[in-house]
Design a protein around this ligand. Structure first.
Ligand code: UTP
Ligand code: MN
Length: 503
C-alpha cells in the first residue's frame, strides 16, 4: 500500500507540475499565494477531471486495481465492470506519516470545476490499514523539528492553513483531518517529544464546543494544552496573507491554557449575574471535568489539585465545596454509566445505528437549524435505535419549545442539545456524530437525501412490497394487470414532500 501511495503521489505531482491538464490547478495554487517550493515540499499534485485518468495510468503501470481500491484511490463502477477515479479535478494533498511516507490523500476541488457545488470541497481518503483519519495530523513530518525547537506544536483546521504557515516560516504547525483534537492525536504529539499544544480557534462561536473538548483533553492527558484565538473573520491562511508571519506568531504567543480559557468564558458569561452566575460558572466547568477520564498516577493527582485550586481562586469558592461537587457529579455520571450497561455482569456492546439514522443525526447535530425540517418529515417512531431516538427527541423538543436553533451559530445551537444530554456515553456519541457531520459540505442537500431515504424506506417500500405480495397471490389476469399498473406507477423516487408546517 505504501509503495502504491508513493507511486500515486509522484504521478499526481508530475501532473500538477508539467501536464497541460493541470493549467487551472496551477493557476489556482498561484492565486492562493503558494510558491513552487511549498508545493514541492508538501508534494502537492493534481488529479484530472476525466474520471479514469488514474485508472488508465494504473493499467499502463501494471498496478493492481484491487489494491488501488483498497487504498481508496479508485472505486468499482456501479453498473457493470471497471473502475473510476475517486479524486477528480482536485488538488491533491498527500497525507504523510511522521516519516514522510504518503498514507492517504486529501483532495480539494478546483473552484472552477464543473463538479463544484455537487461535491464536497475536500474529499479525504477513507480509513485504511495505513491511515486513520481521527489520528493523523497533517504536516507532522515537516513540523516536528520546528515544534521541538519552539517547545510547542500549533494545531489548525485546514490544509491550506498549514501550507501558508510553513511558507511564511512558521513551521511548527499541523492540522487535524476535519475532526476535533482527541486523545490519540495528543499521544502522537507526545511521542514526537512535544509537551505543549496550541489549538488555534476561530474568533466566532464555532470554537465554543471545541473549548469543552479541549478542556476534556487537557484534564485527561499529560499535555499542556492551550488555546489561541484568531482575529474575527480570519483563518490562519487569511491572517498570514493579509498581515504576515508576525501577526500569526503573536496569535500563537497569546494562547492561554484550556482551563483558563474556559474560566474566562464562563466568568464573562456570568459576570453580572452575581452569586448565581458564579454557581453556574462552576457547574459548567465541573460538568466538563467530571465527564473526562482522569489522568492516572501521581502526575494526574497533581494536575487535578492544580485544576481545582485554579477554579476555586477564580470563582472565589471554598476548595472543599468544589471537591465535594466534583465527586458528586462524578458519582452521578458513573452510576449512570453502570446503569446504562446491559444490567448483567458483561455489558453487551451497543448495537450500531442504522445508516440513515446515523446520518440523520450527523447532519442535525452539525447543523441543529435543520432540525425543524426533519421534525416535520420524520416522526420519532420511525427511528428505531434507542440512542438515535433519544438524541432526536432532544432536538425535536428544542424545536417544539421554540428554541432559536436557526438564529444561533451552529456551535451554540449544539450546546443547547448537549446541555440536555445527561448520559456521558450518549454525549460522546453525539460529539462523534457531530464531528462527522461537520465534515460534510452542503448539509441542507444532504438532509434532503436522508429524508428521501426515510421516505423510501417507510412509505414507498412497504407499499411496493405489499403490491408485490398481492401480485404473487393474484388469481386472475385482470387483477394481476391492475396490480402491475399500480406497481409501475408507484414512485421510485419519492414525490416532493410538503414543506413542514410545524408550530
Ligand atoms: P476549511 O474549509 O477551513 O479548509 O476546512 P481550508 O484548508 O481552509 O481550505 P480552503 O482555504 O477553503 O481552500 C478545514 C478542514 O476541514 C476539512 C479539511 O481537512 C479542511 O482542511 N474539510 C473541509 C473536509 O474534510 N471536507 C470539506 O468538505 C471541508
Ligand atoms: Mn481556508
Amino acid at each position: 500500500m505504501l509503495e502504491m501511495m508513493r507511486w500515486a503521489t509522484e504521478l499526481y505531482q508530475r501532473c500538477l507540475l508539467d501536464s497541460p491538464l493541470a493549467e487551472a490547478a496551477r493557476r489556482y495554487l498561484g492565486g492562493r499565494g503558494l510558491n513552487g517550493e511549498t508545493v514541492r515540499r508538501f508534494g502537492l499534485g493534481y488529479a484530472p477531471a476525466a474520471g479514469d485518468w488514474l485508472v488508465q495510468h494504473a493499467a499502463n503501470a501494471g498496478m493492481s486495481d484491487e489494491l488501488l481500491e483498497k487504498v481508496g484511490l479508485i472505486a468499482k463502477r456501479q453498473e457493470g465492470t471497471g473502475h473510476y477515479d475517486r479524486f477528480r479535478d482536485r488538488v491533491m494533498f498527500p497525507i504523510r506519516d511522521v516519516r514522510g511516507q504518503t498514507v492517504a490523500f486529501g483532495g480539494r476541488i478546483l473552484p472552477s470545476s464543473t463538479y463544484t457545488g455537487n461535491a464536497p470541497k475536500y474529499y479525504n481518503s477513507s480509513d485504511t490499514p495505513i491511515f486513520s483519519k481521527s489520528e493523523h495530523l497533517y504536516g507532522l513530518d515537516l513540523a516536528r523539528q520546528a515544534a521541538a525547537k519552539a517547545g510547542f506544536l500549533a494545531v489548525v483546521e485546514g490544509y491550506m492553513d498549514v501550507l501558508a504557515a510553513h511558507q511564511a516560516g512558521v513551521n511548527q504547525v499541523v492540522a487535524t483531518m476535519g475532526t476535533a483534537l482527541n486523545e490519540r492525536h495528543v499521544q502522537r504529539i507526545r511521542r514526537v517529544g512535544v509537551p505543549r499544544v496550541v489549538l488555534v480557534f476561530d474568533a466566532d462561536a464555532g470554537g465554543k464546543t471545541g473549548v469543552d473538548r479541549a478542556l476534556e483533553v487537557f484534564v485527561s492527558q499529560d499535555v499542556d494544552l492551550a488555546i489561541a484565538t484568531l482575529p474575527e473573520g480570519l483563518d490562519p491562511c487569511d491572517l498570514l496573507v493579509q498581515q504576515g508571519a508576525d501577526a500569526f506568531r503573536s496569535v500563537l504567543a497569546g494562547a492561554v491554557d484550556a482551563l483558563e480559557f474556559k474560566l474566562d468564558q464562563v466568568v464573562a458569561a456570568g459576570a453580572d449575574a452575581g452569586i448565581e452566575g458564579r454557581r453556574r460558572a462552576a457547574e459548567a466547568i465541573l460538568g466538563v471535568i467530571a465527564l473526562a477520564p482522569d489522568m492516572a498516577g501521581p502526575a494526574g493527582a497533581i494536575k487535578q489539585q492544580l485544576i481545582v485550586t485554579r477554579i476555586t481562586q477564580r470563582l472565589a469558592l471554598k476548595e472543599e465545596t468544589v471537591w465535594a461537587r466534583l465527586q458528586e457529579l462524578r458519582a452521578r455520571l458513573q452510576g449512570r454509566e453502570r446503569k446504562s450497561g446491559a444490567g448483567g455482569a458483561v455489558a453487551e456492546p451497543p448495537e450500531p445505528l442504522p445508516v440513515e439514522e446515523k446520518e440523520l443525526l450527523q447532519v442535525l447535530l452539525a447543523e441543529p437549524a435543520l432540525a425543524r425540517e426533519a421534525a416535520g418529515a420524520i416522526p420519532l417512531d420511525q427511528v428505531r435505535h434507542p440512542d438515535a431516538a433519544a438524541l432526536l427527541r432532544m432536538l425535536y423538543d428544542l424545536v417544539a419549545e421554540g428554541a432559536p436553533l436557526a438564529h444561533l451559530p451552529a456551535a451554540q445551537a449544539f450546546d443547547l442539545v448537549r446541555a440536555r444530554i445527561e448520559d456521558p456515553r450518549l454525549a460522546k456519541l453525539a460529539l462523534e456524530m457531530r464531528d462527522i457531520g461537520l465534515q460534510h459540505a452542503e448539509r441542507a442537500a444532504w438532509l434532503e437525501r436522508i429524508l428521501d431515504e426515510f421516505h423510501r424506506k417507510y412509505q414507498v417500500e412497504p407499499v411496493t412490497q405489499e403490491l408485490k405480495n398481492q401480485l404473487r397471490a393474484a388469481s386472475d389476469d385482470a387483477a394481476a394487470l391492475e396490480l402491475l399498473r399500480r406497481l409501475q406507477t408507484q414512485p421510485r423516487n419519492p414525490p416532493a414532500r410538503p414543506v413542514s408546517a410545524m408550530n
